[in-house]
Design a protein around this ligand. Structure first.
Ligand code: CU
Length: 291
C-alpha cells in the first residue's frame, strides 16, 4: 500500500522542485520571540509581551525602592534601622495580596488562550504527522485524502553535514533547515495536525506558527493553526525533542500557498498517485504477474 504512494511521491518530485517561492519567512527580529503569522501565534506573542511589561514594571518598582533606600538611608547620613517594618502586618498583607492580584491578572488571559489552542473543532483540513528517526511522514485527510509522503533532510545539507565532506556548510542555502518534500498547506484555512511517532519522542515545531507539540509513540496529540491569508511562503522549524543521533537533521518545512494554489497542488498529487497505481499495458506479462 505504501509502496505505490511512495512511488507517486517520488514521481511528483518535479512538482515540488519547481513550486513555491524560495524565500524563507521569519517574523523574529533577532531579539524577541517571532510574532508569527497565525492568529494564535500573535495572541501568544501579545500574552508574552503583557507578562514582559508587567515584569519590567515590577523590576522598576523593586529596584527603584531598593536603590532609593540604599542612597537615602545610608549609614553615613546617620540612618537608624527601622525595626518595626520587620513585623508590620500591614506590609506583609500588602506584599501577599499584590502578587496574587498580578498572578490572577496574568492567569486569566493565559487560561483563555490555552482553551483556544485546544479547540480542534471545525477544522477544514486534517493532516496526520508521524515522527520517525529521522524524518516526518505527512498523510493528508479530507480534501487531500490519499496524499502521503516522507519529508527528509535535503540532500545538499545531508552531504555537507558528513564528517570530512569538504563542503562549507555556509555555502549551502538553508543548511539543515531544508527538506526534499515540504508540508504544503493552504492559507486562511484551519488546519488540524494529528501528531504521533513511530519510534521515540519527537516534537513538531514551527516557531512562526506559535506551535510546538510532542510526537509520542502510542499517543495522539493534536494541534491546529490557521495561517493568515497573504502570508504565503516557506516557514521552517525543527524537531524539538532530543530524539537520537540525527535529531538535528530532521527539519520541518511548511510551504503555505493560497487556497487556489493548494487545490492545484492537491490535484497534481492525486493525478500522480493515479498514474502510479495504474499498471502500464506495455509491461511484459511476467512482470505484471510478479507485481
Ligand atoms: Cu526528532
Amino acid at each position: 500500500m505504501l509502496a505505490p504512494r511512495l512511488a507517486a511521491a517520488t514521481a511528483a518530485c518535479g512538482v515540488w522542485a519547481t513550486a513555491g517561492a524560495e524565500t524563507t519567512l521569519n517574523t523574529s527580529n533577532g531579539y524577541n520571540l517571532p510574532p508569527g503569522v497565525t492568529e494564535m501565534s500573535r495572541a501568544i506573542y501579545d500574552l508574552h509581551m503583557e507578562a514582559f511589561w508587567i515584569c519590567v514594571v515590577i523590576a522598576i518598582v523593586v529596584f527603584g525602592a531598593m536603590i532609593y533606600s540604599l542612597v537615602k538611608f545610608r549609614h553615613s547620613q546617620g540612618a537608624v534601622p527601622d525595626t518595626n517594618l520587620l513585623h508590620s502586618t500591614k506590609v506583609e498583607i500588602a506584599w501577599t495580596i499584590v502578587p496574587v492580584i498580578i498572578l490572577v491578572v496574568m492567569a486569566i488571559p493565559a487560561a483563555d488562550l490555552i482553551l483556544k489552542m485546544e479547540d480542534m473543532r471545525s477544522a477544514d483540513l486534517s493532516i496526520r504527522v508521524t515522527g520517525y528517526q529521522w524524518k516526518w511522514q505527512y498523510q493528508y485527510m479530507d480534501a487531500g485524502e490519499g496524499i502521503d509522503f516522507f519529508s527528509t533532510l535535503k540532500q545538499d545539507s545531508n552531504f555537507a553535514r558528513q564528517l570530512h565532506s569538504g563542503i562549507d556548510p555556509a555555502s549551502v542555502p538553508n543548511y539543515l533547515l531544508d527538506v526534499d518534500h515540504p508540508l504544503v498547506i493552504p492559507s486562511g484555512t484551519k488546519v488540524r495536525v494529528i501528531l504521533t511517532s513511530q519510534d521515540v519522542i519527537h516534537a513538531w515545531y514551527v516557531p512562526d506558527f506559535g506551535l510546538k507539540r510532542a510526537a509520542v509513540p502510542g499517543f495522539i496529540n493534536e494541534l491546529w493553526f490557521k495561517v493568515d491569508a497573504g502570508k504565503e511562503g516557506i516557514y521552517r522549524g525543527q524537531c524539538a525533542a532530543l530524539c537520537g543521533r540525527d535529531h538535528g537533521f530532521m527539519p520541518v518545512v511548511v510551504d503555505v500557498r493560497t487556497p487556489d494554489d493548494f487545490k492545484k497542488w492537491v490535484d497534481e498529487q492525486k493525478a500522480a498517485l493515479k498514474q502510479a497505481s495504474t499498471p502500464t499495458t506495455d509491461a511484459p506479462r511476467s512482470a505484471q504477474v510478479l507485481n
